[in-house]
Design a protein. Structure first.
Length: 187
């Protein structure tokens, strides 16, 4: 599984602080990632790769972040570090599980734009797990709607959004808040 995880599949979790080791510096976490996957890099090479990855995800002062620890990061910065770690080994597939939960709207948009940019520029695929239909409509090509652990609808995003076939999909779409209207709950 180690050959698949990290090398072929990258994972961005809902809680970035749960993905980062609180007792290792960010630089050491990059070093441990390379070591776990048999990549023999010197400390200087590891630092250079890590700096490049952090710059690539929009971290302004990557050297300071590399020398620091997870608890010193904001939620948005921590998620950027996790994305950098998840994409360091150039996996073919990036799985993002509710990657913007707990972030404010501006940072949410930045993180989603960043992941979309990484996927396009590096010709990767992304599987995005989310309940946010706005995010799905903006960033996805295809959608699979699951209810109670089963696939109940799938297809092109616009087709499903415009003409949902399953009751749960209709309720999800109906639960998106609209100005001046009463909130609906999808169940």
């Amino acid at each position: 599984m180690r050959e698949i995880r990290g090398n072929r599949i990258g994972f961005v979790a809902q809680n970035p602080f749960g993905s980062l080791n609180p007792i290792y510096s960010i630089e050491r976490q990059f070093r441990e990632l390379h070591k776990a996957h048999g990549r023999k890099l010197s400390k200087a090479e590891n630092r250079e790769v890590a700096l490049g990855m952090l710059e690539g995800v929009g971290i302004v002062n990557p050297a300071r972040v590399l020398d620091g620890y997870a608890h010193q990061l904001s939620g948005g910065m921590a998620q950027r570090v996790v994305i950098a770690l998840a994409t360091t080994l150039s996996p073919e597939l990036l799985i993002a599980d509710e990657p913007t939960t707990g972030l404010d709207a501006t940072v949410q948009a930045q993180i989603m734009d960043l992941m979309a940019k990484v996927v396009v520029e590096e010709q990767r695929s992304m599987l995005l797990v989310t309940h946010d239909l706005g995010v799905i409509a903006q960033y996805c090509h295809r959608v699979v709607v699951m209810y109670d652990g089963l696939v109940v609808e799938q297809g092109d995003v616009m087709d499903v959004m415009v003409d949902p076939q399953h009751d749960y999909t209709k309720k999800l779409i109906g639960s998106v808040p609209k100005t001046g209207e009463k909130l609906h709950v999808a169940r």
